[in-house]
Design a protein around this ligand. Sequence first.
Ligand code: NDP
Length: 595
Amino acid sequence: MTKVLDKDAIREKYRIEREKRVREDGNDQYRRLSELQDLVVDPYTPVKERAPVTDHVTFAFIGGGFAGLVTGARLKQAGIDDVRIIEKGGDFGGTWYWNRYPGAQCDTASMIYMPLLEETGHMPTEKYAHAPEIREHCARIGRQFDLYDNALFHTGVTALSWDDTKKVWLIETTRGDAFTAKYVGMGTGPLHIAKLPGLPGLESFKGKAFHTSFWDYSYTGGTPEGAPMENLADKRVAIIGTGATAVQCVPHVAKAAKELYVFQRTPSSIDARNNGPIDADWFETIAEPGWQQKWYDNFVENQSQGLPQEDYVMDGWTEISRRIREKVMQLPMSEWNPETMMAAFEDADFEKMEEIRSRVDSIVQDEETAQNLKAWYRQLCKRPCFHDTYLQAYNEPGTELVHTDGKGVERITENGVVANGKTYEVDCIIYASGFEVGSDYTARAGFDAVGRGGEKLSSHWDNGMRTLHGLHVNGFPNMFIVQPSQAANLISNVPHNIVDHANTISAVVAQAESNGFSEVEPTKDAEDAWVDLVLSGAGMVIGSTECTPGYYNNEGKGITEKNRHGLGHPGGARAYFAHIDAWRKSGEFKGLVFS
Ligand code: NDP
């Protein structure tokens, strides 16, 4: 029998828990990891000396993660040979270069998360691949599409400016490079500036400290591939934060460390992961030409409202939409309207979150710890987490959850971490405190593109992002930005957004090159019309101020007029992909001017 939920009581509990966490300082509570210089040294690859580069390439791409790799691959397929990727890390991979913490794995199914599987012929080994396999896949793309020779690693772009006389972009870097490119792409990633809680005493700690994206295996022992971290056997370790990253690494540290204290401000919702190997025989049956695009489309269809489809991925992401659909279908059609739809969404959410909370009780042995691990907010208020051993880690004898009931860690001392008025002496502090999100794009990119007539991108976007299709910017010819905002905004599978933008870039560049054009740029009218369309949307449930604070809702401050510009197509991902597919196929490139 279905349990009858007291919805008012749950709403009230959500409100109380949220109120505990709202802070006046919002995003300003954090500090950039780079402010603590000795914590941002690349622990994975030694920096190689090289002479500055001063030549010219057809296409330069800033960022060597999925965006740069897939765009590079598509350009090579379109016959553009000199593509140069500029990357801060010592190799390709972007987020997967840096995030080598134990247990790191994708949380969207590999079949749709790992790009260019069909082109490379790679079969993911697991439904949710682990980080070393994804990193190796990045290298595979780099090798197969010959992107290594021209790449500049351990190189950050410091300046990017359009030369309207020569019709080229000038790119300057941290390594003294000053070269030109006819076209430039940017794929600097949404989550690449590591942040720390701005705690008093941060610099005073005398033990070992690192951020999860700079995991120091020379200290912990072990490897990203899963070798045990034997050096932690006599260590007391603190992990600060319980977001998606902590959820993946806590079980591994819990097994390795003598003592582990996990400092929690807000619990994540932890649903089942159900990871498992991919069967090669099964894979062969589905790997027909065009299979990955079919899977992308199927995932999008299953994330959209409408007639139920066969669900290829069948996981927690598609379940969210399935549950809402089922609730709506229980209503007589005559009662379908925006209010009843939102109520159906809320009902589905209440039921799911109750299940997730009950799951904690069924796994965690200590009753108080179990209570404290329960998430009291709607599932999409924070990144939903899925894991099969995170909650079990709290049954390990040496692991303690330090629940701060929304207050967080108070300060760091020479010897440890202070929370709830108590000092926890530790040898090592691991910051699982996430990445900067709320700041402006140009502030995170580390450079500010200067376009036609000396206009800065930050000025063009002073009142919010302005693009055509999330990709082209008026006044910034031959420039492309690869990211999900003002486009599909499919956050449950970011690589799909990237692959689609790469397809558009290669089509646009091929059109320009085959016709001998030197410039391509969106008109102001096309950009204005696109931004108006984006802003005509009702907004999203994600970002609601009714949610507990986090980066999804601008740390509780909600969507401002400026960051509302970061929404996606008002019709959702399905509508965006359909629009852009038709736009590309028409061959007219409406809204762009080639000259
Ligand atoms: P998050 O920003 O999600 O988590 C940061 C954590 O630090 C939160 O639990 C936060 O608490 C906590 N925190 C901040 N300040 C304090 C404090 N003073 N005291 C105690 N705790 C504090 O970062 P993550 O690195 O976990 O994840 C970032 C994103 O990266 C994810 O949302 C996801 O998009 C992506 N990711 C994807 C993965 C994948 O695909 N496999 C895996 C890991 C991450 P509070 O919640 O209260 O703010």
